[in-house]
Design a binder for this molecule. Sequence first.
Ligand SMILES: [Zn+2]
Ligand SMILES: [Zn+2]
Length: 288
Amino acid sequence: MKIKFWGTRGSIPVPGSKTIQFGGNTSCVQIISDGDFIILDAGTGIRELGNDLLQKYSCRDIHLLVTHTHWDHIQGLPFFRPLYSEKCKLKIYSENKFGYSVAKVFETQWDPNYFPVTAEIFNDKVEYIKISDLEAMDINGFKVTYIETHHSAGTLAYRIEKDGKSVVYMTDNELNYNAKNNLPTTDEILNNNKDQIDFIQNADVLIHDSMYQIEDYGDKIGWGHSNNYSSAIFATLGNVKKLLLFHYDPDYTDDKIKNIVRETKVFIDELNSPVLCEAAYDGMEIDI
Ligand SMILES: [Zn+2]
Ligand SMILES: [Zn+2]
């Protein structure tokens, strides 16, 4: 199984000279195995992925799992060129807790106030699937399970398994602990995030929301995102092999993210944890 990162930034795209190494595209990840693939989220990174797919494949059914529909997870979709190719079909899996159908939420992107193409042209090409209507998901041979995160209502994390390998994609998740005066402790993360710890158990790779460096987190408590220290403890409690930091604050420069990785590795050592840690970046590919 291979993971390819097309967008790793949180909130808003941030191109520019300070984000060259880690990239500025918002969330989009591709999981690939034996020529089949699943797409996770449709942030601005999905534009380049679409171009890549049109070069590599003669088109097919494409499966897109969306964690939630905040801008940074859907904003690239109108620029996903396979949508406009005659032979491609797209299945969009999502959840929604705000009273609209999944179709209505996505089709709003093609309202003429926002985009010159209208949604009707996709009527026979796009299928919208509400995740909670499904019993289980077997997509192109990938076993997919999900859990709700600590974020806006209906935000999901996905666990994808194939051939004995597993990846958890858990972006936009604020690990709960009493953060007012304290650094996170193992006990606090354990006691307040039990279901999620069970969900990530023994994963080969955990891609996790690490939007903030610990020193910046105090002003952002309750915003729905985690820090690098809580992510490290969480990964340790989940017995995952590798933690990939993901969904960086848009104000974070390459230098800042490099500093966060260094700091996180030191913290993991202090925990006596065997978890490996890297920072995901746009264009990163890893085999597991
Ligand atoms: Zn986000
Ligand atoms: Zn969000």
